[in-house]
Design a protein around this ligand. Structure first.
Ligand code: LER
Ligand code: MN
Length: 267
């Protein structure tokens, strides 16, 4: 198993992050804990210290499997579904920068909350049409970077909450290099069967987030990770499993417990 954990490269209001800021100390710490990779949550790639990041990745040998982009929405309100075209364009411009960074790092770019929500008074159809337009521009920008749309539970967005509707949407766009990011926390809320949904997404799953049912570290809730990850690997997944978890009871314990719980099952 290739195991990663999310590090936000800057302070952020999003809570399910074991590591925030202090990238030097945190990347060294994540490596020392035994992780193979570090997923980066980046608000704006222009504020990233690339020299420092490259040096730390080189020194630790860790990979960056994915780049999270939701902070452009969470902190700045940029989204693919914003009623104003100028804001949608800003969201696409930001994603282009994320894709440039991802190309350098060999990472997948996550389309999470940057898709936004159905605007007040708007329709699902028009929100999806705007999302598809923005995705088309992203796809055109870089033929060498893959995008992973994350089905996100109903309490965070009303657009693309389930694996089924996200697969159907991707198919409908006809765009290349777009797949799914499956997150056990969201699947536990939205999917009738996590196992069946993983099977349905076989061949389209570009990235995977692990958090338990309460969004604490794997092992702290009631998700059967052995069965879930068995299903994932049986369906041909070869990518990273990345812990996107609350820093509870404290970041170090959350990170250590994740490692202990998952590594023993899948060395
Ligand atoms: C991001 O990967 C995620 O899972 C969402 O909950 C972000 O709000
Ligand atoms: Mn996630």
């Amino acid at each position: 198993m290739k195991l990663a954990i999310v590090l936000s490269t800057q302070p952020a209001s999003f809570s399910a992050l074991a590591y925030k800021g202090a990238i030097e100390e945190n990347i060294r710490g994540i490596h020392a804990r035994g992780y193979d990779g570090v997923e980066l949550a980046v608000r704006d790639p222009r504020s990233l210290d690339r020299d420092l990041l490259d040096r730390l990745l080189e020194e630790t040998g860790m990979e960056v499997p994915a780049i999270g982009t939701g902070q452009a929405y969470g902190e700045e309100g940029l989204s693919f579904t914003h009623p104003e075209g100028a804001i949608r364009k800003k969201a696409v411009d930001r994603m282009r920068l994320q894709m440039d960074l991802a190309a350098d790092l060999g990472a997948v770019v996550i389309v999470g909350l940057v898709r936004g929500k159905i605007p007040p008074g708007g329709t699902r159809e028009s929100a999806l049409a705007h999302t598809a337009e923005c995705l088309a521009e992203c796809v055109q920008h870089r033929p060498d970077v893959r995008l992973a749309i994350e089905p996100i539970n109903r309490y965070e967005t009303d657009l693309l909450c389930t694996v089924g509707e996200t697969l159907a949407f991707i198919k409908q766009t006809g765009l290349p290099r777009i797949g799914l990011l499956l997150d056990t926390f969201h699947m536990n809320i939205e999917e009738p069967s996590i196992f069946q949904s993983i099977e349905n997404a076989a061949g389209h799953t570009f990235h995977f987030h692990a958090a338990d049912s309460n969004r604490w570290y794997p092992g702290a809730g009631h998700i059967d990770f052995r069965a879930v990850l068995d299903t994932l690997y049986r369906n041909g997944y070869e990518g990273y499993v990345s812990a996107e978890i609350l820093p509870n009871p404290d970041p170090e314990t959350a990170s250590r417990k994740t490692m202990e719980h998952l590594r023993i099952m899948f060395p």
